[in-house]
Write a protein that binds this ligand. Sequence first.
Ligand code: NI
Length: 198
Amino acid sequence: MRVYQVVLLAVTGIVIAAIAAFILYGGGTGVKGVASIGGPFALVDHKGQPKTDKDFRGKHMLIYFGYTYCPDVCPTALQSMTLAMNQLDPETQKKITPVFITIDPKRDTAEQLNAYVENFHPSMVGLTGTPEEIAKTAQVYRVYFGRAKGIEEESTDYLMDHSSIVFLMNPDGEYVTHFTHATPPERMAEKLAKAAGS
Ligand code: NI
């Protein structure tokens, strides 16, 4: 082997290692350090009952953050979650709790969520809380949200900007994978069956 070939091999090796590290540690995906997604929360469900992350242990959580007044993206995401769940056998469905966490607690009261989750999978749990608890929960899931600009502060007819990611957490509350609102339900169902199927 000539010297330049050795150098070329070494350089190739370094480049491959760098790419592998980039992929493994999530550079550029916006999702860094798998273990750092998710964490404790203390909220109120759509029946008005207090619920913490610990109440969901023992089952997978399929979590989406959004708001009930969202005109398009949130309903699409929740519909995809519902269609994906419906493609699973009943036993697997029982092992997954679809969860909708509002990022608009001002308008999304427990009553509002109760009426809204009825449109989706029967086991879907809606969660709301104080603005502080919601902000904390979004933060542990690295979800961005904020009131969209352009409508006066006093108006209750406003839009929210927010990330649109569906998280799959395992029965210990740890991150497994994520989807977007544009992930086809069939693909989501495949991953859910793989994670929770028997
Ligand atoms: Ni939305």
